[in-house]
Structures are given as C-alpha cells and as structure tokens.
Write a protein that binds this ligand. Structure first.
Ligand SMILES: NC(=O)c1ccc[n+]([C@@H]2O[C@H](COP(=O)([O-])OP(=O)(O)OC[C@H]3O[C@@H](n4cnc5c(N)ncnc54)[C@H](O)[C@@H]3O)[C@@H](O)[C@H]2O)c1
Ligand SMILES: [Zn+2]
Length: 351
C-alpha cells in the first residue's frame, strides 16, 4: 500500500485520515517523557489520543536500545495488542526509530503511523522506512526497513523546541534544497527559522519531505541513489566525531551544515560546482551555525574519520557530491590531497 503523508496542522482530521483506510481493532501510542510533557497538552482532546493506551519511554538517543524496545513489547502485550493493532509513534526521531522497530517485529509486524514532533523527525527520521535501535556502542545497529503506513507532518509542535534543535533539522532541509533545484534552495535561504512563521515552514517541509520520499522510493534499501541523502554527512560525521573526542558534542545538523560546506568545496574542486552558490552557502552557514574551529593539526584525524565512514569502500574517502544544484554525483572517491585542500578552503571561508 502506498504510504500516506499528510501535511496539516489539523491533528484530529489528519489522524482520522491516516486511520481511515485501515482495518484495525485498536490503536496504541508510543511516545517519550519530554514529548509527553511538551506536546500532549496540545493534543489531549484529540479523540484517538484520549482513547489509546500510551506507552512512554525515556527521552534521548541513549535510550534508543533493545532494552527499551523490550519494555515496549511488554506493554504492547499488557495492552493486548494483536496483528490488527495500529501503533501511533508521537515524538522525535528516537520515538519513530524505536517505535517503528518495536512495532515492525512485534507479532511479526504491526502497522504504525508516525507523527513527528521535532523538525529533524519531520524532515528526516519519520520518513523513509529506516527503523532501529543502537546496540553494542553502534548507532542504529539493529533494525529493519519498514515504512510507516502514514506520516502526519505538522508544524504545530515546534514552538517548544529549542532554537538549536530547529536549526539542526533545518540543515537537512538545506541539503534537500541542494539536491533539488535553485528555486527551492533560494526559498529555504530566504526563510527565517527563528521567525515562528509555521505556515511557510509547513510549505517548505512539504517540498523537503517530497524530495526525500521520491529519492527513497527509487532506492528504498540504499543500494544506490538513496546515498545522495548523505550529502554533507561524510565530512559532517567526521566533525561530529571530532567534537565528541574533544568532549564538546555538537548537534547533528550543525555538523551537517559544516560538512555541506566542505563537500560543496570538494564538489567545486572535482566537478566545478558553481563557486557563487558555494560562497552563498558558506556565508549562510557561518551566519546561522557559526563555525567548527580546526587547525591543520586536526586534518589527519578528520581524514581518518572520513575514511572510516560507513559509506567508504576499501579505505578511500567516499562522498556524494554535486556538479550543480540538483545534479548528483554518487559515490565519488576523494583523494587525501583534495580533502586537505577542501579543509584549507573551509578554514578560509568560515574561520
Ligand atoms: N530513521 C532515519 O532515517 C533517521 C534519520 C535521521 C535521524 N534519525 C534518528 O533520529 C534521532 C534524532 O532525532 P531527534 O533530533 O528528533 O531527537 P529526539 O527524538 O531525541 O528529540 C530531541 C528531544 O526533543 C524532545 N522533543 C520531541 N518533540 C518535542 C517538542 N515538540 N517540544 C519539545 N521537546 C520535544 C525529545 O523528547 C528529546 O528530548 C536519532 O536517534 C537519529 O539516529 C533517524
Ligand atoms: Zn543527517
């Protein structure tokens, strides 16, 4: 069945639409402690929410574990969930990843609906069918590809998110803009994420989610095209890991924003990506995300981290790059010299 994605701030109506075509006996909600506190007051009167048993997990990626999933399975049993039960995940990426996984394997698979309540969740985690939990110190080590039967995307919940969370999610939207066309990219640069204008944001989200959905539809299990969604992430993950080593973690989306600058520089060096857009992005990132300070003493560490990225084959740095906005160049092997040159230019542009 085709996945339904509903963009609306009318939550009762959206949930009715999401459930409308499903043959089910009951609904069970999965959420986390913080979402319960900040979001549930806004949806307390929604009939489906009032009527459904609610499973509340602890918040944070540290709790995205098999152990937490086991507590969910126990509570699904207590709620007498059957194969005809529909799970509704209400929360950020932790809830949709863990709730989607828990539902996907309980009694060999319950259907689930995602209602993301963070911008990162709406634009990334809740869409695309990757579910799972962390295991043995590795992110998302256990999981399955399984799409939510419906996703309810709303901007109604974002007022209680800290500005850093909003900006972090917005970096993934900038990535989608670079993967699509200049008009959408310009619209994104023209929107002020701190403005509180949630109607405009809902329109932008619709574009972003559609871009991600179309890429995923063409390559659901990440054998090829889907890797373009890693734009900014090879360098971004390296910044994220270096920040962890320095004991000063940075939000994922901030690392992606800095990583986008590095990978657009590589795109320029290797594929002649237009320099005017590169400068525009660098200015935007500098103004909105600041900079991640590095010296040439960090180059070897960063390059080693990029080489060990999960996408790399045979120890080469492997990136998804662009020849222009919307013109993807998948799986490019990048030489150490080009990587060092890109880090030099990154420092010139952002430090
Ligand atoms: N499946 C995928 O394709 C995919 C893609 C990207 C990220 N992820 C995963 O998503 C997770 C990160 O997602 P996230 O950034 O949404 O983190 P999160 O789910 O941890 O949410 C961040 C914090 O905000 C709270 N929160 C949620 N909604 C809120 C609201 N409206 N107001 C105030 N607080 C609220 C949460 O309880 C949490 O404390 C990671 O586990 C990551 O691995 C998955
Ligand atoms: Zn990301």
């Amino acid at each position: 069945m085709e996945q339904q994605i509903i963009f609306s701030n009318d939550i009762p109506q959206s949930l009715n639409t999401a459930l409308g075509g499903l043959d089910y006996n009951k609904t069970v909600i999965i959420t986390d402690v913080n979402t319960r506190q900040f979001v549930f007051p806004k949806i307390a009167d929604v009939p489906v929410v009032k009527e459904s048993p609610c499973i509340v997990i602890n918040s944070g990626d540290i709790n995205k574990t098999v152990e937490t999933a086991a507590t969910v399975w126990k509570q699904l049993e207590t709620a007498a969930a059957t194969r005809r039960t529909v799970v509704i995940n209400i929360g950020g990426g932790v809830v949709t990843d863990l709730g989607g996984f828990a539902a996907s394997v309980f009694k060999r698979g319950l259907r689930f609906i995602n209602m993301p309540t963070t911008l990162l969740g709406a634009v990334d985690a809740a869409i695309g069918g990757k579910t799972g939990v962390n295991f043995g110190g590795l992110k998302n080590e256990i999981g399955v590809f399984n799409e939510a039967c419906a996703v309810v995307v709303s901007t109604l919940f974002f007022d209680t998110l800290p500005p850093t969370e909003l900006k972090s999610g917005y970096a993934e939207m900038l990535k989608h803009g670079l993967l699509s066309d200049r008009k959408y990219f310009a619209d994104l640069l023209g929107y002020d994420i701190t403005s509180g204008d949630r109607d405009t944001l809902l329109g932008l989200l619709k574009r972003s989610v559609t871009i991600k959905r179309d890429i995923v539809a063409a390559d659901p299990h990440e054998h090829g095209l889907r890797r373009v969604l890693n734009l900014g992430h090879t360098a971004g993950h390296a910044f994220e890991s270096l920040a962890m080593k320095r004991m000063k973690p940075v939000p994922h989306g901030y690392a992606v924003a800095w990583g986008l600058v590095v990978e657009l520089i590589l795109s320029h060096l290797i594929y002649k990506f237009p320099s005017d857009i590169l400068y525009t992005v660098a200015h935007y990132v500098g103004d909105n995300y600041g900079t991640f300070t590095i010296t040439c003493d960090d180059y070897d560490t960063l390059i080693a981290l990029m080489r060990h990225d999960k996408k790399s084959r045979g120890g080469e740095i492997n990136c998804s790059l662009l020849a222009d906005v919307g013109e993807m160049r998948l799986g490019t092997d990048v030489s150490t010299d080009d990587a060092k040159a890109a880090l030099d230019i990154y420092r010139d542009l952002l430090q």
